[in-house]
Design a protein around this ligand. Structure first.
Ligand SMILES: Nc1nc2c(ncn2[C@@H]2O[C@H](COP(=O)(O)OP(=O)(O)O)[C@@H](O)[C@H]2O)c(=O)[nH]1
Ligand SMILES: [Mg+2]
Length: 245
């Protein structure tokens, strides 16, 4: 039905979600149409009230905003996968519910899809040098995960763990994603590369936040991510996909 589906997994993002929705709806994607699917994962703050307030204040956007609410917290992966079942767009963009990634970068993220053979585009925080303000442990974890991807899958990318992952919805059928938490990112990367797809990259901006501002990912998630990349690489690998496979 729509050209682009923006899936926003949120968990306790009351401070950010209103402003995020304002920015997601403000950026022009002309001539592409968009729908927005918010998956609230059992938030215990007033995230949902902020979403409702945004829709009430901006009724012109109501037709293409869907808000799915889970009663208990299942994790980012489960939320994103719930979003997939509701999505109708040809291209899916995953948009974190905080303000670390800038919706103003959507045109950059979408531009490679003008080529019909492009299936997957990652927004890289490292393509134009190192992002300012990223905490050292996060920086190191990002570098290790990217380095592991390059080594294990011979894929020349610069940012494996980026939140800006965009792809054609049609590829989901061949992936059978299962992750529930933050391991969604390495699972997605590992499965698409094992399936023979190429990941294209464009540079994006990044505005890091800290734990006090609501960042939820922790060091152990980095180790889990590395394990998923290794585990999936040990599985059966399919030959490289050709044009628009
Ligand atoms: N639906 C859902 N989203 C989550 C959960 N935990 C985190 N998120 C969302 O996932 C995104 C990324 O979380 P964040 O802590 O900023 O990690 P990072 O940006 O990947 O380092 C944010 O939009 C969070 O609201 C969860 O349990 N469920
Ligand atoms: Mg974040």
């Amino acid at each position: 039905m729509y050209d682009v589906t923006i899936i926003i997994p949120v968990y306790n993002e009351a401070l950010a979600i209103y402003e995020l929705l304002r920015r997601v709806t403000s950026v022009s994607l002309e001539p592409l149409t968009r729908e927005i699917i918010i998956v609230d994962d059992g938030s215990t703050d007033d995230t949902i009230d902020k979403v409702r307030a945004f829709i009430d204040d901006n009724p012109q956007h109501k037709p293409w905003i869907t808000c799915h609410k889970a009663l208990i917290n299942h994790g980012k992966g489960a939320a994103v996968r719930a979003g997939f079942t509701l999505a109708t767009g040809d291209i899916i963009i995953i948009q974190d519910g905080d303000l670390e990634y800038l919706p103003e970068d959507y045109p950059t993220l979408l531009s490679p899809f003008k080529d019909p053979s492009v299936q997957i585009v990652y927004g890289s925080r490292f393509r134009n040098g190192n992002p300012k303000g990223m905490k050292l442990p996060n920086f190191v974890a990002n570098k290790i995960l990217t380095w592991a991807t390059r080594l294990l899958y011979s894929q020349n990318i610069t940012d494996e763990a980026t939140g800006y992952k965009a792809f054609r919805r049609s590829i989901l059928r061949s992936l059978s994603l299962k992750s529930r938490g933050f391991e969604f990112c390495p699972e997605f990367t590992g499965r698409v590369l094992q399936a023979g797809y190429t990941i294209h990259e464009v540079p994006i901006r990044y505005d890091p936040r800290g734990i006090l501002e609501g960042k939820k990912i922790r060091a152990r998630d980095g180790f889990i991510a590395l394990w998923w990349l290794i585990k999936l690489r040990l599985g059966r690998r399919l030959p490289a996909r050709t044009e628009a496979a």
